[in-house]
Ligand binder design. Sequence first.
Ligand code: GLV
Length: 426
Amino acid sequence: MSPTSSSSLPSQPPTPNAWGAFNGTRRSGRTAQLLSLDDFEAAARCVLPRPLFGYVAGAAEDNQALDDNRQAFAELALVPRVLRNVAERDQGVTLFGTRYASPFGVAPMGIAALSAYRGDIVLARAAAAAGIPAVQSGSSLIRLEEVVAAAPGTWFQAYLPGTPERIDALLQRVAAAGVQTLVVTVDIPVAGNRENNIRAGFSTPLRPSLRLAWDGLLRPRWLAGTLLRTLARHGMPHFENSFAERGAPILSSRVQRDFAARDHFDWSHIARIRRQWPGRLVVKGILSVHDAALARQHGVDGIIVSNHGGRQLDGAVAPLRVLPAIADQAGDRMVVMLDGGIRRGTDVIKALALGARAVWVGRPFNYAAAVDGEAGVAAAIDLLRAEVDRNLAMLGATRCADLGPEHLMDRRGPWALCPPAARPSH
Ligand code: GLV
């Protein structure tokens, strides 16, 4: 098209959306120089004591699962469509009847209140303010009632206690707190082999030692702003939500944490929970298409395809690799979501194009909370949201529902993911 004919087109002012995506949102303060989610990791390394950073960043054994979570995204190339008028973009998605502003949420992360002062509340409030979902971890140090009061609508994730009576008591407590969506994590029949935790000096509870004290002293901002502030205002943090009753303190030379045998759980426990839990039930930690089918048969409302961020079975398949088959199996009858390895808007887009309704992001939001509390998490959400918006536009899409296999190719082989039948006819 020549410049002359283009200038004769009716001029359309750019939407704020378009300019926002083009310029990015300007920020000031601690996160002004952090331009991608990975930048938050580097910044958090300077804020968090070594054992704590090691706990968040680490995975199991040789990090094969952790690394492949990223590699799987890298193996996919994007295929943009052009000239499709993408001026009106909306990246919102509906999950269980609630409309969220972006197709990603804050994944559950244990002991977040040690990464940032009041960490669980910080994460939940930042998510609520941005209109995205957040899941509070059951391995958390702030009572779930407080988190739900501060950010109504927050989801809660449970590791099931070992006996039916204790499961029932926990479910009653969670329901009484007003939680509507319960996430049950099922990939932890036994604890993963986190030898990196031992190397980093991390354990739960943390054992007081000169080395631990030294690690804390090397991070004075964290020591004063997170640990001492927490101790002064709220006392010694305990695991508050593993059971109906309070669990172990986070720092103790003797107390053993009650990991309540979980290796006997089977689908009958999910059936029991389904009978008792009145709200939405999500099962997290599915990687097999057969387990996805079982979840559906047990009346589960949604699943999170996940290898626990590589923190459980090392070598477990990357969620992205099994997502298409699982999404196909679930059809419209169950909401399929994914976590593990999402660091860019393009990763969000690849997962949605392969059938996820939404994705969950963990470590980067934990780092963001460590770096700048609620403002840090808000900044990280903003970055990822701008990336998704920009990428939708460049792919020629205006909604998440527009994304499909036709936008993807295996980077190494032209048609592996885009068989002729899946190709659009226009
Ligand atoms: C808790 O879920 C953890 O992975 O540490």
